[in-house]
Design a protein around this ligand. Structure first.
Ligand code: AMP
Length: 455
């Protein structure tokens, strides 16, 4: 498999499971001051798919995700609501986990809230102070001096903020040595959460939370670090500088992966811009598979511009695939001829080749439609392939359709019987009942089958 590495700016060979079975992956988790939106979902659905895919290929993946449960935004939002920052963070951490569960995103091995790791954070800042990478601004905090790290900027290709970072977090302080220096430890102001420590009474900077957590679980070097593109600078650049400076070991991370943005009318969907749709609101309108489809039908590094039309197109594509699958099931029941296995392996190779090429999920999805069109395959062979591909991609729609509740199966059987006996009044009644229960009856040459309606 080849993976695009943001650090080298090219695709690189990823070790096969026989060469390296254990993979340590860290993905930046949410800052919990509000409900997660579908932009977050795009990133987390992708990494969920990625981890499940790796596991299916024989890797043993430890997937670690931090939760930023204290920062300026959390403190400000809690003050607006006259509650404690801890209470706000707890409320939205819970909401985040509920949303991930509703989406079927469940590959994370461990969630690590930053405030559980204060001693590790302080120890890392102390190492940076001892090695001369950090300096103190009285009444403000400890800062990382980027001029002391000759590699600073190697991940993103820059060292200071630009216009497009408007919504990302840059620490501003008048007395900084360099414009791009970032805060490691903030001395707390009255009323803010505070930890009394050897480096002063205060709270952690944002970037140091992640390296303290990853070092605790993975050590100073690990395999993959992921997140959305907005985190490349300054967040990931800062993490890289902190960890490599603290340990003296390079590379901090072997592969850096960044997902493209989910945008709305070309603008990044974000809490700060207010142009967001929460996962909860989305799920009131569409089933979770629609979001999975949107995440996988586009390459993970490309931007996706979200609109209701896009969601409807995704739902239609899913429904189309699902219907074709159900038709194949009917055909399969009647069909007797069997083809040799040669053609199956050709399609499997095509599908695997797409995913091995930097996880090209759009091509993998297109392969499913190509399989359906292949005249040389029997219905059974097509089903075998579609079952295997949809499982790898985590597409539930095929499985969900198979699992019709027993009373629905019973009604469909009655419907088919009435039609066979030309009792059309009764069959029309059953048709209407199934329709009201959310199922569309499709009459085909091979008998009738049901399609679960999306809306
Ligand atoms: P945050 O809570 O803002 O720190 O974001 C949590 C994760 O979601 C990070 O990996 C972000 O890069 C990612 N993310 C936030 N907004 C978007 C978006 N519009 N599209 C894709 N990923 C996003």
């Amino acid at each position: 498999m080849e993976l695009y590495n943001t650090l080298s700016r090219k695709k690189e060979a990823f070790p096969a499971p026989e060469e390296q079975q254990k993979i340590r992956l860290f993905v930046c988790g949410p800052t919990v001051y509000d409900y997660a939106h579908i932009g977050h979902a795009r990133t987390y659905i992708f990494f969920d798919f990625f981890v499940k895919y790796l596991r299916s290929q024989g890797y043993e993946v430890t997937y670690l995700q931090n939760v930023t449960d204290l920062d300026d935004k959390i403190i400000a939002r809690a003050a607006e609501r006259s509650i404690k920052p801890e209470a706000l963070a707890k409320e939205f951490s819970r909401a985040y986990l509920e949303d991930m569960q509703a989406l079927g995103v469940d590959a994370v091995s461990r969630y690590a809230p930053a405030t559980d790791f204060i001693s590790q954070i302080v120890a890392q800042v102390e190492r940076l102070i001892d090695k001369g990478f950090a300096y103190k601004i009285g009444g403000d905090g400890w800062y990382f001096d980027i001029s002391k790290d000759e590699d600073y900027g190697k991940l993103s290709g820059r060292t200071v903020a630009q216009a497009e970072d408007g919504v990302s977090r840059i620490d501003d302080a008048g007395a900084k040595r360099n414009k791009g220096d970032f805060c490691l430890w903030k001395f707390s102001k009255p009323g803010e959460p505070v930890w009394k420590t050897a480096i002063g009474d205060g709270r952690p900077g944002w970037h140091i939370e992640d390296t303290a957590i990853s070092e605790y679980y993975f050590g100073p070097q690990y395999d993959i670090h992921g997140g959305g593109l907005d985190l490349k600078f300054p967040h990931h650049e800062a993490e890289l500088a902190q960890q490599e400076s603290a340990s003296g070991l390079k590379p901090f991370v072997r592969f850096w992966m960044h997902t493209g943005f989910l945008t709305v009318k070309g603008q990044k969907m974000s809490k700060s811009l207010g142009n967001f749709i929460t996962i909860r609101d989305f799920l009131k309108k569409y089933p979770p598979e629609v979001l999975h489809w949107i995440a996988l039908a586009n390459h993970y590094r490309s931007p996706v511009d979200f609109s209701d039309e896009l969601a409807l197109q995704a739902a239609a594509a899913l429904e189309n695939l699902s219907n074709r699958y159900l038709e194949l099931r009917e055909e399969d029941r009647k069909e007797e001829k069997r083809k040799d296995q040669g053609t199956l392996s050709v399609w499997k190779e095509k599908f695997d080749a797409a995913l091995s090429d930097d996880l090209n999920t759009p091509v993998a999805l297109a392969t499913m439609f190509d399989v359906i069109k292949d005249k040389d395959l029997s219905a059974k062979e097509k089903r075998v392939l579609l079952d295997s591909f949809s499982q790898t991609l985590g597409l539930d729609m095929v499985r969900k359709n198979e699992e019709l509740p027993p009373f629905i199966v019973e009604k469909l059987a009655q419907y088919n019987e009435c039609r066979a006996n030309k009792q059309f009044m009764q069959s029309d009644g059953l048709w209407k009942e199934l329709e009201d229960l959310g199922y569309e009856v499709r009459d085909t040459e091979n008998g009738s089958h049901l399609v679960k309606k999306m809306f």
